[in-house]
Design a protein around this ligand. Structure first.
Ligand code: PLP
Length: 369
C-alpha cells in the first residue's frame, strides 16, 4: 500500500500517533506465551492502573472500546436484572442497547443532548425503586461534547445506595481526571484510540471488589470477554486469547510518555486546549452545542452547524482543501453539528490549524457571522 500523507485528524478517536510510537509498533513479533510478553503485559497493566488511579484489577483486551463496555455488562449482570441507565447522546444509547441485547431489564433515563445527566434524577429513581442492581453512565459523551458529573453520580450510586456503577470512560480516561478508586467506580472501560495515542484495537477495563462479587453470580453469557479467564491467565503473564502484540508495544511507550508528562499535566493540556478550542470557535461567530460551558468536554467539542452552511460541502472542503478531518454529528444530531476532537496526542498548534482552516472555508460555504 502506498504511504498516505498525514492529515490533521481531528476525529474524537482515532487520533494521530506520535512517530516514536509508530516506530515502537514495528518491533519484531514475539511469542505471546513467552517471557518477553510476560514482561510487557505486566509492565503495561501496572502503568495502566496508575493512569486509572486504581488498585483494582485491570485487564487489557484485544477489542475496540465497546468490548470493554460489553465486558463490564456481561461479567456483572444476569438477564432480567434491573438496571438504571442514564443517557444523553449516541454513546449513552449504545451502552443501553448493549445491556438490553444481553437481557438486562433496563430503565433508560434520557437527558437532553448537549446537557449533563442530572445526579439528583438518579437519586430519585434509586429512591423510587430499590430493585435496581446497577447504574450505567457515560463519563464523556463524545457525540455531544459533554462531560457528565460522574463524581457526584458515584457519590449517590455508591455512597447512598451501594449499587454497582458501570462507567463508559472511552473518551475520557487518560484525558480528563477519572480517579477510579477515589470516586469508587466499579467497572470502568476505555479504548486505545482515544486518550492513549495509539491506534484502535485495545480496550482496558478495571473491576472492583464489588464487581468481582457480582461476577460470582452473574449469568449473562460470556466467553471472549470473561474476566475470570483474563484473571487466571494474567496470573501467569498471559491473555486468554492471542493479543494484539504490536499495539502493546505502542501502548508501553505511550504509557511511559503519559506518566513522564505527569497525569496532572496531561489533564491540564487537555483542559487548556479544550478551552482554546471553545474560545476560538465562539470568536468565529459559531455556537457550541453544550448549553453550559462548565460541562463542556475537554476531549471533544461539538459545534452547531450554521443554518446557512451546506454541511456536507463544508466537511468535504475542510478535508480536501485544508487537510483537516472533522467528525460529523451522530444519531439525531447527524446534520446539526460538527465535532473537533482534541484528545490523546494533541497540541495547541493542531487546533490553531483547524481554526485557520475554518476561517478560510466557512465563508466559501455560505457562512455569515
Ligand atoms: C468511541 C466511543 C465508544 C465506542 O468505542 P469503540 O472503540 O468504537 O468501540 C464508546 N463510548 C464512547 C464515549 C466513545 O467515545
Amino acid at each position: 500500500m502506498q504511504k498516505m500523507t498525514p492529515q490533521n485528524l481531528r476525529t474524537p478517536g482515532p487520533t494521530p500517533i506520535p512517530d516514536d510510537i509508530v516506530e515502537a509498533m514495528t518491533n519484531p513479533m514475539i511469542n505471546h506465551r513467552g517471557p518477553e510478553f510476560l514482561a510487557l503485559i505486566n509492565k503495561t497493566t501496572e502503568q495502566l492502573k496508575q493512569v486509572f488511579m486504581t488498585k483494582n484489577d485491570l485487564y487489557i483486551l484485544t477489542a475496540s472500546g465497546t468490548g470493554a463496555l460489553e465486558a463490564s455488562v456481561v461479567n456483572t449482570l444476569s438477564p432480567g436484572d434491573r438496571v438504571l441507565a442514564a443517557t444523553a447522546g449516541s454513546f449513552g444509547d449504545r451502552f443501553c442497547d448493549l445491556a438490553e441485547a444481553y437481557g438486562a431489564d433496563l430503565t433508560r433515563m434520557e437527558f437532553e443532548w448537549g446537557r449533563p445527566i442530572d445526579p439528583d434524577a438518579i437519586r430519585k429513581a434509586l429512591q423510587g425503586d430499590p430493585s435496581y442492581k446497577a447504574v450505567m453512565v457515560t463519563h464523556n459523551e463524545t457525540s455531544t461534547g459533554v462531560t457528565h458529573p460522574v463524581e457526584e453520580i458515584a457519590k449517590i450510586v455508591k455512597g447512598e445506595f451501594g449499587k454497582l456503577l458501570l462507567v463508559d470512560a472511552v473518551s475520557s480516561l487518560g484525558c480528563l481526571p477519572l480517579p477510579v478508586d477515589a470516586w469508587d467506580c466499579d467497572l470502568v472501560g476505555t479504548a486505545s484510540q482515544k486518550g492513549f495515542m495509539i491506534p484502535p484495537g485495545l480496550a482496558f477495563i478495571s473491576i472492583s471488589e464489588a464487581g468481582w462479587e457480582a461476577q460470582q453470580t452473574a449469568k449473562m453469557p460470556r466467553f471472549y470477554f470473561d474476566l475470570a479467564s483474563a484473571k487466571r491467565t494474567l496470573a501467569r503473564g498471559q491473555t486468554p486469547f492471542t493479543p494484539n502484540v504490536a499495539l502493546l508495544y505502542g501502548l508501553s511507550l505511550a504509557l511511559d510518555k503519559m506518566l513522564e508528562e505527569g497525569l496532572e499535566n496531561v489533564y491540564g493540556r487537555h483542559a487548556s486546549i479544550g478551552q482554546f478550542t471553545r474560545d476560538s470557535v465562539l470568536d468565529l461567530g459559531l455556537e457550541l452545542l453544550v448549553a453550559d460551558q462548565s460541562y463542556a468536554s475537554n476531549s471533544v467539542t461539538a459545534v452547531k452547524m450554521p443554518a446557512s452552511v451546506d454541511g456536507k460541502k463544508f466537511m468535504s472542503m475542510m478535508r480536501t482543501d485544508q487537510n483537516v478531518v472533522l467528525a460529523g454529528g451522530q444519531g439525531k444530531l447527524s446534520d446539526d453539528i460538527f465535532r473537533i476532537g482534541h484528545l490523546g496526542h494533541v497540541v495547541k498548534d493542531d487546533i490553531n490549524e483547524v481554526i485557520v482552516a475554518l476561517k478560510k472555508v466557512l465563508p466559501e460555504v455560505g457562512f455569515k457571522s
